[in-house]
Design a protein around this ligand. Structure first.
Ligand code: COA
Length: 330
């Protein structure tokens, strides 16, 4: 019997309309377009409306992915959502999306792996589908990072944007085979990127709000070094695990955290030309879990890949968490 393959048979993404430019940020904090572009490569990012939430953005991306896969919501067996900005601590954002898109037969749950969320979901969906436990899995990464960004902190507020991405994973139909996924985590470094309050360890109080503990806190320099090292190692492990070399990769889609991080990773791949490294960071900033999925959707909408072409994905985030994955066009 041939082994069941997990394939991405439809993709979708959603970016809010409102654009926050570097010039807009110059009016809010002590920064400059020149500093932001030099240190991050970012020019603008998207910001959700006050009444537009993570579940709304996730649902829009999900409906687009379903349409792209020629499927209806009632064909979905399981909805997995990656987010660090859920609408509520509970119920899950997966359940809210299940209701809003009418995926009546689907179970649903949220996964929290920060910026590596999309790769964690791909790995879970791959095993659900390959094992035969579920036939059609909808994975959604959605973030409203503007809700937890401190627009008085110039070292973080320039970095983050809102947006969502989704994929339908199935064993049937033509698509991109999820060939290999390699994941990692290091909870010893949990303090490097953290939202200190709002969980059970430090519930909201007047003091926690006054001391801005409900926002992203990050040791930027430290995170930068870990990000480059971990993503490079994850990519190399993943290639080795799949029995591939970098020469066989058509596209690298790295987490869109910072152009300098992307460039530092690119330098470690001598056979991957610059134009094969897909970048959206200049226009959307860092959208955490959504970033790799948004870039993947944008790449695929440019035109179909040729059979045999491979895409290498990699991500890194709070936790710490990291991972890499290989997709192969049929
Ligand atoms: N505008 C102007 N100056 C700024 C600034 C801003 N937006 N943010 C920080 N600075 C200042 C600092 O205060 C510091 O000033 P000082 O030398 O007088 O103390 C100086 O710029 C250098 O700060 P530093 O933090 O060393 O800059 P950096 O080159 O490391 O860049 C980040 C900062 C955040 C852009 C960079 O560390 C980064 O991208 N880190 C990874 C973040 C990330 O991707 N996180 C998510 C991973 S999933």
């Amino acid at each position: 019997m041939t082994r069941r393959k997990a394939k991405i048979i439809g993709t979708g993404s959603y970016l809010p309309e409102k654009v926050l430019t570097n010039q807009d940020l110059e009016k809010i904090v002590d920064t400059s377009d020149e500093w932001i572009v030099t240190r991050t490569g970012m020019k603008e990012r998207r910001i959700a409306k006050d009444d537009e939430f993570t579940s709304h953005m996730g649902a829009k991306a999900a409906l687009e992915a379903l349409a792209n896969a020629n499927m209806t919501p009632d064909q979905i067996d399981f909805i997995l959502v990656a987010t660090l900005t859920p609408d509520y601590a509970f119920p899950s954002t997966a359940c809210l999306i299940q209701s809003s898109i009418g995926a009546k037969k689907a179970a649903g749950a949220d996964v929290q792996a920060a910026c590596t969320g999309f790769l964690y979901l791909l790995s879970m969906a791959k095993s659900f589908v390959e094992s035969g436990l579920y036939k059609n899995v909808l994975i959604i990464a959605a973030e409203k990072l503007s809700a937890i960004t401190n627009y008085k902190d110039r070292s973080t507020c320039i970095l983050f944007g809102d947006g969502a991405a989704a994929c339908v994973i199935s064993s049937e139909g033509k698509g991109l085979v999820v060939e290999n996924i390699q994941l990692g985590a290091d909870g010893d470094q949990a303090d490097l990127i953290i939202m200190p309050a709002g969980g059970s360890r430090k519930p909201a109080t007047l003091e926690s709000v006054a001391s801005c503990e409900h926002y992203i806190k990050m040791a930027g320099n430290e995170v930068f070094k870990h990000a480059v090292r971990r993503m490079e190692a994850a990519c190399k492990d993943c290639l080795e695990g799949a029995g591939l070399t970098e020469k066989e990769i058509s596209w690298l889609i790295p987490h869109q955290a910072n152009m300098r991080i992307i460039d530092a990773i690119a330098k470690r791949f001598e056979h991957l030309p610059q134009e094969r490294i897909f970048k959206t960071v200049q226009k959307y900033g860092n959208t955490s879990a959504s970033s790799v999925g948004i870039a993947l959707d944008e790449l695929l909408r440019r035109g179909p890949l040729q059979p045999g072409e491979k895409i290498l994905l990699t991500a890194f985030g709070a936790g710490l968490t990291w991972g890499a994955g290989i997709l192969g066009a049929e």
